[in-house]
Design a binder for this molecule. Structure first.
Ligand SMILES: [Mn+2]
Length: 336
């Protein structure tokens, strides 16, 4: 759905009206989540508003350079009622974590998001699945609230778009993403400096983890699906954690002929978080939804129980069905 002017006007009006804000995003925040929150928070603060920014999980190491990153709090304030709670880059309130889902200290709920699976759960929804990043939508809001926004805001918006388009590799890197990123560069954002922080500040331990993960590479018999597995034992051996698994799923996707790649990340015994990536027209949001998850057409996720072997076999079968030509669908469903 393209950006709706009515939605936009209602959200901007609510921002101008409210005095106190709680901004929050999804668990395990990514560059878009962090950048979007910080760009909006700085703008609201400049307008004299009180702003608290919350995430249950810490800002990942590669995004701690973002201007304002230190304002993230991992605890919800008690005994305070905010005029407006804005969930950013969150397709569903449950994605913001159990504590926030139960939080009632706000008068109105708004959501700014670009996930295909967002069902407009808030009172005010600025939801546009055509946007490459939530930061693209935040740019529109910020530019309306404060046309003279500063370099710090621009760095946050640029980083949100950069990371959600996979450094402008993905199909969602449309003219709008380039236009806004271009404007941010005009305003003084240095692409090399941002790229150094985001992509070239890896700890050695992450490369050691990568070495272990690549040994788990599995490819479906037809060569169209591939996956890798991250176990808790690997974290222990390399001194890493879930935050070091970002972008590992791109390795199986980079193989010629692979249309769907996924990463299994062990959360606990026989319980895995799956991240799906696809090329071109394959809709992994639909695949993830079958397993109770969601996301975008080319990037989605879900959680599954079972051993990694069982899950890999199940997903390989589902992908084969998904990619089968229409006539073959019934044969695949019948197990032929
Ligand atoms: Mn996003």
């Amino acid at each position: 759905m393209p950006l709706c002017q009515e939605q936009f006007a209602a959200l901007v009006a609510a921002c101008r009206q409210a005095d106190s804000f709680l901004l929050a995003t999804h668990v395990n925040p990514d560059g878009d989540a962090v950048g979007s929150c910080l760009a909006l928070a700085a703008t609201l603060e400049k307008l004299g508003k009180r702003v608290v920014v919350y995430d249950q999980d810490p800002v990942p190491y590669m995004f701690r350079f973002l201007p304002g990153a230190e304002i993230f709090r991992d605890r919800l304030p008690e005994g305070e009622t905010f005029d407006l709670l804005i969930l950013l880059d969150c397709s569903d309130p449950a994605r913001s974590g159990a504590d926030l889902e139960q939080f009632t200290g706000y008068r109105r709920l708004a959501c700014i998001d670009h996930h295909l699976t967002n069902e407009h759960f808030a009172e005010l929804n600025l939801v546009d699945s055509q946007a490459s990043a939530t930061a693209e939508l935040v740019y529109e809001v910020v530019a309306d609230l404060d046309p003279d926004f500063d370099l710090g805001v621009a760095i946050n918006i640029y980083t949100g778009i950069l990371t959600d388009t996979g450094s402008f590799h993905y199909a969602n890197a449309g003219p709008r993403a380039f236009a806004i990123a271009g404007k941010m560069v005009e305003m003084g954002v240095d692409p090399w400096q941002v790229a150094q922080h985001v992509y070239e500040s890896e700890p050695v331990s992450r490369l050691q983890l990568l070495g272990l993960v690549l040994q788990t590479l599995r490819i479906a018999p037809d060569g169209k699906a591939a996956c890798v597995v991250v176990t808790r034992e690997m974290y222990a051996r390399t001194g890493t954690s879930a935050e070091h698994t970002d972008r590992l799923v791109n390795y199986p996707r980079s193989i010629a002929g692979v249309e769907v790649a996924f990463l299994l990340r062990e959360v606990e015994e026989k319980y895995f978080k799956l991240s799906f990536r696809s090329r071109g027209n394959v809709n992994v949001a639909a695949l993830a939804r079958e397993f109770g998850g969601g996301g975008h057409k080319n990037a989605a996720g879900c959680h599954l129980r079972g051993t990694s072997e069982e899950i890999i076999a199940l997903v390989f079968r589902k992908v084969e069905q998904l990619l089968a030509p229409p006539g073959a669908a019934t044969a695949a469903a019948a197990g032929l």
